[in-house]
Ligand binder design. Structure first.
Ligand code: E4P
Length: 218
């Protein structure tokens, strides 16, 4: 299972790289705004900096919603760095653009997936990744993990190469259940990855071992 960090924060990306478990990064316009990035040049330069820190796929989202605009923005993003994945929304023009990018060998991440039908459509168009939003479905009383299960099953039935990138993953149990369901990738904030470290029995056991070691050496 690949771990992507869902952030545009360079320090957090660096921290996850140093832990040695980071496979890539996903961003979206809201995450870029949170970092105070301004203007097209600022956005492009920020993506480049992310690509220099992490050795893996970096999803960069288009803003355009018309076909020509998505193609224009996507091609400009893809030219920035070989690891850029063009993130395209699940809309009709987006599906057409995913087919175009796929035929040109440009990697895509179809975002804002909230149904199995949307995921199937994106896979048929040749998306590299589909991003079902687990947490946002949970937020409205639906079962986000059930959607991940459906998509994993459908892709497996037909051998689609499109990878299931579980997005909007908010906490450790989400991440673990995505792993159990066979999601290819999970993207989440740094605190969720760091949360995997924690167990009170580990802390208690280590404290005992260190105390006993002191006794041996005193
Ligand atoms: C990532 O690709 C998505 O944009 C992100 O996971 C959405 O997460 P949120 O629902 O916590 O904003």
């Amino acid at each position: 299972m690949k771990f992507f960090l869902d952030t545009a924060n360079l320090q957090e990306i660096q921290e996850a790289v140093e832990l040695g478990v980071l496979d890539g990064v996903t961003t979206n316009p809201s995450l870029m705004a949170k970092e105070g990035i301004k203007g097209t040049d600022g956005v492009m330069s920020h993506y480049k900096q992310i690509c220099e820190i992490v050795d893996g796929d970096v999803s960069a989202e288009v803003i355009a919603t018309d076909y020509e605009g998505i193609i224009r923005e996507g091609e400009a993003l893809a030219e920035l760095h070989p690891n850029i994945v063009v993130k395209v929304p699940m809309i009709k023009e987006g599906v057409k653009a995913i087919r175009y990018f796929s035929d040109k060998g440009i990697k895509t991440n179809c975002t804002l997936i909230f149904s199995a039908g949307q995921a199937l459509l994106a896979a048929k168009a040749g998306a590299t990744y589909v991003s079902p939003f687990v947490g946002r479905l949970d937020d409205i009383g639906h079962d986000g993990l059930q959607l991940v299960q459906q998509i994993v099953d459908i892709f497996s039935n037909y051998g689609y190469p499109t990878q299931v990138l579980a997005a909007s993953v908010r906490h450790v149990p989400h991440l673990i259940q995505c792993a159990e369901l066979g999601a290819d990738v999970v993207t989440c904030p740094l605190n969720v990855i760091m949360g995997l470290l924690n167990h009170p029995l580990t802390d208690k056991g280590l404290a005992t071992f260190l105390a006993d070691h002191q006794k041996v050496n005193s």
